[in-house]
Design a protein around this ligand. Structure first.
Ligand code: SAH
Length: 448
């Protein structure tokens, strides 16, 4: 679809991307795994021991329970113990590749805030903020567009399960202006303030974030949530479980549950045609929470991740040292992930909100003006190595064979956002009533 994007979004872009705007380019690398933790390569006996004793006590465990334990067990979980992001960690994501990614998302957020009529309070809520780079780039755009935002009161709310990463986020976003808050059962576990004086709060769960007009961001968050796996058999759907290999007691293997489980009876759609399906029930619950909040308080959610629209089957995989890694080997030492099923998220969002996408990352970033931004930067940069890095970062984010088509953007919006603006009573229209402001990123941008 080609349409003139609201002039407003173009104006935002041109103000953020003035030639003089500061440019820092981060290392241009793909989801790069370069495991550098001190216990690199060694199995984590404590995680394996924990899992095998659990299985001995209760029998084989669902894949979802396995994934939850391996990634977010409060003591030995992969996310809880590691700083896995960045050139010195285990992998790199789009916000780490280039600041332009976060800047474009910052423009998207302000554009949606304007589309909602510019409410006086704006909560920016990020799920799984990693190192805090995306939030930091978004807030820099907020600073550049202060005159557009006016006297709106902005606050940042981070939902993060990892104490190690929350400290890193605090360092990046608030320097030394943050402190732990409250007891373990308090909803806010850390509070701080950015250099510009914006309040920042950390929570373990989305449910703990205060209500109010919010824009939610989730980048590479949903793929880290536990999935259930189901296999079609002659006797009906059976859940895939993790068991101890009887021949090798220190190794795990997949087995099929002999009879239906609660999950296999309730999570597979009656008209499912695939033979193997993965369902991220936790992701479904989070999307339902987002949808309810947006319907009640206004706002929008932008979800970006690798994924499909309900057509893929077995996508569960591990990554370690830049390589695919057996998901059952050395649990806790590698990242576990599964493609996000956007058709499932759309179904879980229900009719209370409008859904847009998924569109590919390439489409979204191009619609947001990444080409223009690149040209401006190149025009103002004479250093050959920086120019090379600019081009390779752009290529990594947008090339269909790299991140351009593997990653997708999906959005939940308040229904009023897409409704035609109401004409005040008694006012006669000379022409057709105005169309709603198009949603940036999901509509092709035209600079003509
Ligand atoms: N968004 C960042 C980081 C992606 S890695 C980026 O793109 O660079 C996944 C992030 O989600 C990490 O911050 C991890 O600690 C967090 N996370 C994983 N599972 C979570 C859960 N169940 N609740 C809250 N945060 C979670």
């Amino acid at each position: 679809m080609r349409a003139l994007l609201g002039v407003k979004t173009q104006q935002l872009l041109s103000r953020v991307f003035r030639p003089s705007a500061a440019v820092r380019w981060r290392a241009a690398q793909t989801r790069l795994f370069c495991s550098s933790s001190p216990d690199e390569g060694k199995p984590r006996p404590s995680m394996l021991r924990h899992l095998t004793s659990k299985i001995k006590a209760t029998g084989p465990i669902p894949v979802a329970e396995y994934m939850r334990e391996v990634l977010t067990n409060p003591v030995t979980g992969y996310y809880v113990k590691n700083n896995m992001l960045g050139p010195d960690g285990d992998f790199i994501t789009s916000p780490e590749i280039s600041q332009i990614f976060g800047e474009l998302l910052g423009v998207w957020i302000i554009s949606e805030w304007m589309g909602a009529g510019g409410p006086k309070q704006l909560q920016l809520v990020e799920l799984g903020p990693g190192k805090g780079s995306l939030a930091s780039d978004v807030l820099r755009v907020f600073g550049q567009l202060r005159s557009v935002l006016g006297d709106v009161s902005v606050s940042l709310h981070l939902v993060e399960v990892s104490p190690a990463l929350s400290q890193l986020q605090a360092q990046n976003l608030t320097r030394d202006r943050s402190r732990e808050a409250g007891a373990e059962d308090e909803p806010v576990y850390r509070r701080g303030e950015t250099a510009a004086g914006l309040p920042v709060s950390w929570y373990r769960r989305l449910d703990d974030v205060p209500t109010g007009f919010s824009i939610f961001l989730a980048h590479e968050f949903f793929d880290a949530l536990p999935i259930h796996k189901f296999q079609r058999t002659e006797k009906g759907w059976r859940e895939v479980m993790v068991d101890i290999d009887p021949g090798k007691p220190d190794q795990l293997r997949f087995v099929k549950a002999p009879s239906p489980t609660l999950a296999s009876s309730t999570l597979v759609q009656a008209d499912e045609r695939r033979d193997h399906v993965e369902v991220c029930a936790e992701g479904g619950v989070i999307v339902q929470q987002l949808a309810r909040r947006i319907a009640e308080d206004g706002g929008a959610a932008l979800i970006a991740d690798y994924g499909h629209d309900g057509n893929k089957t077995d996508t569960f995989r591990g990554f370690k040292g830049h390589q695919l890694h057996d998901v059952l080997a050395s649990p806790g030492s590698a990242d576990l992930t599964a493609d996000v099923d956007f058709s499932y998220l759309r179904r879980m969002a229900g009719g209370g909100v409008a859904c847009m996408g998924p569109v590919t990352q390439r489409t979204f970033l191009k619609n947001m003006g990444i080409d223009t931004r690149l040209q401006v930067l190149l025009r103002n940069c004479s250093d050959p190595s920086t120019r090379k890095q600019l081009i390779s970062s752009y290529d990594m984010l947008t090339n269909p064979a790299k991140m351009g088509e593997r990653f997708h953007f999906f959005s939940l919006l308040h229904h009023s956002r897409l409704a035609k603006p109401k004409t005040p009573e008694g006012l006669k229209l000379e022409k057709k009533s105005p169309a709603p402001l198009p949603v940036a990123g999901f509509t092709e941008l035209s600079f003509s």
